[in-house]
Design a protein around this ligand. Structure first.
Ligand code: SAM
Ligand code: SF4
Length: 461
């Protein structure tokens, strides 16, 4: 079918949603939909929503309000604009969205994206459709693979979902309810996807999952493989020079994964390991099922395996019952570990989760004050981490043209952005760069070695 219609997918929330948005666009391509970044020219708009914190639902309804105006304008021009809501808000709200928002044609849960072409066809035939059940068929096997041009357009770095859902039931979190039980994709299905990406020019792959290191997909012999084993398998894919994974749980950081950091060259020394709190009392109330000391022990083992490893984390401030002493324990944990950076959030009660029912909720003023103190400390650590690279040489994977003519922009193993003067033909190559200046958000550097003709030829210049 020729591509006559346009789809605009707007992603909210985490990287898993970014991956899902790409896969939705891939799955709609054979049905005749080309992707567009311009919502005004779209025939189909998909809002890929997030439910992790408060106001997410209201944000979606106000977005739908804006789309309703576009839909009316399109109708006045004799065009039809179809509006779909996908993702975790769709999963959680279901029918309610159709009831509340007359402009919405389709509500599709996160396990059902492979059915999009059929669901859209039903909408075209005049139905308003809700599909939020957890199906038994393998969504990943049924999703259309990305086309070569789509992969190339998305750049040399790609996300690949390897695991979905979560069985941990932290008391603050909606994920086990919106994404369902843990499910891992088979090793060879993932390897085939990564091979396809590499053949189209991808050089760096980040494996993603709500609880990625709980990965236990089947290997060729039908046995469950660990994330460490999966990473080793992907380390063999020609063209892939960097591997990352996110988000991990401290309890699932096993010996095999820790060992991979020591001896798998493609695995980057940068680990996102959320801890949420430094207080054992709060960790227990959160049902994290590990202590502060367990977390510190895991970090010590990771650092032993790979000396230059850096860490990032997630923190929640103002969990119900969090006292000033509990909060100080979190600050002292941050001081003790020394993070490259961290994400921090004020606790947001999520309907249906156990913590939302607790009585001793912390006031918004206190949450906001604690968040500011925590972020000030994290910012100091982040600045110190970056400043430590001045004058040092490190490997930068060059990604795309930079701000100024002749410049390319790339990333260090620690995901810092680096601007460097380099020939365009080196895009996709990891090169040694000496850092000459540390800016507030970007590092600047020079090539530590001038590329030879054979390097450029190997890079395809
Ligand atoms: N699976 C990961 C883990 O165990 O750390 C985290 C996944 S969650 C999508 C990302 C982050 O959102 C969490 O690490 C937590 O810091 C934050 N988060 C989740 N629920 C929250 C809530 N109710 N209020 C505030 N932050 C929350
Ligand atoms: Fe949510 Fe992560 Fe806890 Fe699972 S492990 S319930 S995704 S915070």
């Amino acid at each position: 079918m020729s591509e006559t219609r346009k789809v605009h997918v707007k992603s909210f929330g985490c990287q898993m949603n970014v991956y899902d948005s790409n896969r939705m666009a891939d799955t709609l391509a054979p049905a005749g939909y080309a992707e567009t970044a311009d919502v005004a020219e779209a025939d189909l708009v998909i809002l890929n929503t997030c439910h992790i914190r408060e106001k997410a639902v209201e944000k979606v309804y106000s977005e739908i309000g804006r789309l309703r105006v576009l839909k009316q304008e399109a109708a006045a021009q004799g065009r039809r604009l179809t509006i779909a809501v996908a993702g975790c808000v769709a999963q959680a709200e279901g029918e309610e969205i159709i009831r509340r928002a007359g402009a919405v044609d389709l509500v599709v849960g996160s396990q059902n994206y492979h059915r999009l072409p059929g669901l859209i066809a039903r909408v075209q035939a005049g139905e308003r459709v809700v599909d939020t059940e957890f199906p038994l068929d393998d969504k990943f096997a049924a999703l259309a693979p990305p086309r070569r041009e789509a992969i190339a357009q998305r750049g040399i770095s790609a996300f690949v979902t390897v695991q979905e859902g979560c069985d941990k039931f932290c008391t603050f979190c909606v994920v086990p309810y919106t994404r369902g039980a843990e499910l891992s994709r088979p090793v060879e299905q993932i390897a085939a996807e990564v091979e396809r990406l590499a053949q189209a020019g991808v050089r760096e792959v980040t494996l993603i999952g709500q609880n990625v290191n709980a990965y236990h997909g089947e290997d060729l012999s039908g046995r469950p493989a660990t994330l460490g084993q999966l990473l080793r398998r992907l380390g063999d894919v020609p063209g892939i020079v960097r591997l990352r994974y996110t988000t991990s749980h401290p309890r699932d950081m096993d010996d095999e994964l820790i060992a991979a950091h020591g001896d798998l060259p493609a695995l980057m020394p940068y680990v996102h390991l959320p801890v949420q709190s430094g207080s054992d009392r709060i960790l227990a109330a959160m049902n994290r099922r590990h202590t502060r000391q367990d977390y510190l022990d895991v970090i010590a083992r990771l650092r032993q395996s790979r000396g230059d490893l850096a860490l990032t984390s997630d923190f929640i401030v103002g969990f119900p019952g969090e006292s000033e002493d509990d909060f100080r324990a979190t600050l002292s944990l941050i001081e003790e570990v020394g993070f490259a950076t961290a994400y921090s959030f004020m606790y947001s009660p999520r309907p249906g989760t156990p913590a939302a029912e607790l009585e001793d909720q912390v006031s918004d003023e206190e949450k906001s004050e604690r968040l500011q103190r925590l972020q000030a400390l994290v910012t100091r650590q982040w600045r110190a981490f970056n400043a430590g690279f001045a004058g040092k040489t490190l490997e930068v994977l060059l990604e795309k043209p930079g701000r100024l003519p002749g410049q390319l922009v790339g990333r260090t193993p620690y995901l810092q952005t680096v601007q460097v003067v380099a020939p365009r033909g080196l895009i996709g190559s990891p090169v040694p760069v000496t850092i000459t200046e540390v800016g507030s958000n970007t590092l600047f550097g020079t090539l530590a070695e001038q590329p030879s003709m054979s390097d450029l030829a190997a890079a395809g210049a």
